[in-house]
Write a protein that binds this ligand. Structure first.
Ligand code: ZN
Length: 497
């Protein structure tokens, strides 16, 4: 067998172990009673240990160095080798003790965070956060990629992203978003979104969201949708992709747009070319690119007028008691209401990225040792006031709102905003090449967009680095102007600016 073949098989087996863990996790979140959590956590951690041992084994090292001897590798084989090397070289830098310590602190920290948020008391979470930050600093110092600690953390989520690059991107983006926000706030227009808070029968919502994603291209012969507390997408194979949703009866957007969001992720995971199924390339190019797909479907498509020209009569038929007298335009404005709010996950398309920029700035301070943990709540509130002009009344609605830091996910938040930016640039390209697309949406035809994404994004999995992928698709580097233009063209008419 050729060296590269053996490497491919070795990493495919690692991928299968990861799929097993995905399935264990899916089952945990979808089906299992709380009382069974402990046993499941042990299984998940055992599989994680097997993955780590296999990854750092001598066999991995030998296979990589043998494959490196080979000249003229195909595009796919070269990418498989590149990703294998990247994963291996990171894993061997981290002692198993540290991996275990981080996992242990994550699970204790998660419990403390839940309690702290419930009581709105940061001091309950503070010792765990302090410990986690300390562990993440150790981790970053060992990984040691780029110019500073934060670069090492970013690399786990968005390969190649650096603090310097993000700072300049975000410093440019924040004032532009604030300018748009100001114009909307002073326009005198105030969309009425109260219709979204009537009671919408959960069963009917569920059926409606299933028919929406089926039309968008979600393939129910290789995928399924279930319910869970926190919506997510996971894969157990390239032909076994699962999404979950959370339906709230008196808040229509939660289930509806949550489902469309996860569907965007799933379409990516269902669309890899067959040659990379089961390999270490059967994944998104980066979290930012993955998020571009979910946000494109959720916002660019799912909150567009054209989309609702097709779907609104159908929704109205299902819920005549709520929407019978409500015009399409009223509904369209309601789902596109812009208003600064305290909670990130409830934020609109404009203020969302300001929430992310706040987190990025705080994480930067933390990893440069420029801030103490006890100062965090106050700095959070100050930055919130500065960026969004609202001040959290308590820690639960401020620094304690997100789960991510309890698990050690620092450097993760920026991928949400990168997702918006990538989405705008890619969507602009799709529209330029297929100007009829929005018109097709009005008759419930979403195939052109899916074909475009299959061809330009999905099929490649992680063959291309995100920076190369965006260049390959659009002929230029990531350019935030597309996002700004998209927002202006969409929201100024809604607010009659
Ligand atoms: Zn997402």
């Amino acid at each position: 067998m050729s060296q590269i073949k053996e490497l491919i098989i070795h990493f495919s087996k690692l991928k299968q172990l990861k799929y097993i863990n995905n399935l264990l996790n899916w089952d945990l979140q979808v089906y299992m009673p709380d009382g069974s959590n402990k046993g499941r956590a042990e299984l998940i951690s055992l599989v994680g240990e097997l993955v780590h041992k296999k990854l750092i084994s001598n066999k991995t090292e030998t296979l990589i160095s043998e494959a490196e001897q080979k000249k003229d590798l195909s595009l796919i084989d070269a990418a498989i080798l590149r990703e294998a090397k990247r994963e291996y070289q990171k894993a061997i830098k981290i002692p198993t003790d540290l991996v275990v310590e981080i996992a242990k602190n994550a699970s204790l920290g998660h419990k403390a965070w839940e309690k702290a948020r419930k009581k709105s008391d940061f001091s309950i979470f503070r010792p765990y956060l302090t410990k986690m930050i300390d562990l993440q600093k150790q981790y970053a110092d060992l990984i040691n990629i780029g110019e500073n600690r934060y670069d090492s953390l970013l690399d786990d989520y968005e390969p190649g992203a650096t603090k310097k690059w993000l700072s300049s991107l975000f410093n440019n983006l924040a004032p532009q978003l604030q300018t748009i926000l100001k114009k909307l706030e002073t326009s005198g227009e105030e969309p009425d979104s109260s219709i979204l808070e009537n009671v919408y029968d959960a069963k009917k919502q569920w059926e409606f969201s299933n028919s929406v994603i089926e039309k968008l291209g979600f393939d129910f012969s290789i995928g399924r949708q279930d319910k869970s507390v926190h919506p997510f997408t996971t894969a157990v194979a390239s032909e076994d992709v699962r999404i979950t949703t959370r339906i709230i009866e008196n808040f229509l957007p939660a289930g509806l747009f949550g489902t469309i969001h996860e569907c965007g992720h799933a379409l990516y995971d269902m669309g890899f070319m067959e040659e990379i199924h089961g390999t270490n390339l059967a994944d998104g190019s980066s979290l930012g690119i993955h998020e571009s797909q979910s946000r494109m479907y959720e916002n660019f498509v799912g909150r567009s007028k054209e989309f609702w020209k097709y779907w609104y009569p159908r929704l109205k038929n299902l819920f005549p008691e709520n929407l019978g007298d409500v015009a399409l335009n009223h509904f369209y404005k309601a789902i596109n209401t812009v208003k600064p709010s305290l909670i990130r996950v409830e934020a609109d398309e404009i203020t969302y990225s300001l929430h992310i920029i706040l987190r990025f700035e705080i994480e930067s301070l933390i990893f440069e040792d420029l801030i103490e943990v006890e100062e965090l709540p106050q700095v959070w509130d100050e930055k919130m006031t500065e960026l969004l002009n609202i001040t959290p009344p308590n820690d639960a609605k401020g620094i304690l709102q997100d789960v991510h830091w309890s698990g050690g996910a620092f450097g993760y938040f920026p991928t949400y905003t990168l997702g918006n930016l990538y989405a705008a640039q890619i969507y602009n390209d799709a529209l330029t090449k297929n100007p009829n697309m929005p018109f097709e949406f009005t008759s419930g035809n979403f195939n052109t967009l899916l074909q475009y994404l299959r061809e330009n994004v999905h099929q490649y999995g992680s063959i291309f680095h995100p920076r190369d992928l965006i260049h390959k698709i659009t002929g230029e580097a990531l350019n935030p102007e597309y996002f700004i233009t998209y927002l202006e063209e969409k929201f100024y008419p809604i607010y009659r600016v």
